[in-house]
Design a binder for this molecule. Sequence first.
Ligand code: ATP
Ligand code: MG
Ligand code: FE
Length: 342
Amino acid sequence: MLLLTIESSCDETAAAVVRDGRTILSNVVSSQVAVHAEYGGVVPEIASRKHLEMITPVVRQALHKADVTLEQIEGIAVTRGPGLLGALLVGVSAAKSLAFARSLPLVGIHHIEGHLLAPALEQHLGYPFLGLVVSGGHTHLYLVEGVGRYRTLGRTIDDAVGEAFDKSATLLGLGYPGGALIDRLARQGNPTAIRFPRPLLHDGSLNFSFSGLKTAVLTHLRKQPAVPEGQELHDLCASFQAAVCELLVKKTEAALELTAARRLVVAGGVACNSGLRAAMGEMAQRRGVELLFPSPALCGDNAAMLAVAADAYLSAGCCDRLDMDAVATWSMDQVARWERLP
Ligand code: ATP
Ligand code: MG
Ligand code: FE
């Protein structure tokens, strides 16, 4: 099927055209990051307004870049949730309007389902697999038995890992969102220079906690005469990143042990992190587990990633009605798409 997909859950307005849930014909992302940087975080009302401004041009551009017309599109998919309600409503309303105008089937996709299945756009993705989603709002481990069959195994009990990166970057005066910058600075630092805590590392659960790590950065900074620069800053970033990576890798390894899964997907914006890619790669190789990371462009928010699940659902005749609502909170365990087959 030739699908038009739309994403607007946070601060990226995105649209894509994807064939058969596999071939990306276009994947347009308009980021609002510069607008929100001024405020040190995403301002929901501003996000909604920006989405309203950008949704039509972004959809037009996605069609244009794919060299297709709306008449050729066979189905519409949109992020239904979770995310900022006002932001989601813009994408959902646009998707419904297009579906109604063209009498096309419509399907609402879980944003994290999109992140998790993104590797299928680039390589063969076999099931079952263990999925780790590391993003601005999620640090979750899932057992994925197939499209639409997800079980949450563990999750953060406080901050998401992307949030920990961004908040620590703010404390270091690196600006927002500073995750990628910490990654870059960490490359020239000594990861054992500062011993940051590893919260919940040995608690026997598959849950994560990152708020203490951010507080540890703050406590460390308070003890310094000035905000660190140069090598000190590199060492701090490397030490912080080492703590994060150890937490993520050890819990993921415990989940692999528990589920006996032979495949691992790491997805979401923080999956761009070079330290995490290296540490997960080493662990997966040692265990003989197949490891899949989406390429960086498919790690962050985009609309193409929605097409994998959307194509499976729509091909099976599984679609949503035009009164589908946007949902700010939605658990992956409640996706239960196949149980809602007509
Ligand atoms: P969610 O998917 O949970 O709704 P989101 O969509 O806001 O949240 P993403 O767009 O998937 O999150 O990821 C954004 C996060 O990824 C930000 O916190 C950003 O700092 C972080 N990030 C991006 N690149 C890197 C990197 N190289 N190292 C660490 N963090 C990174
Ligand atoms: Mg974003
Ligand atoms: Fe996301």
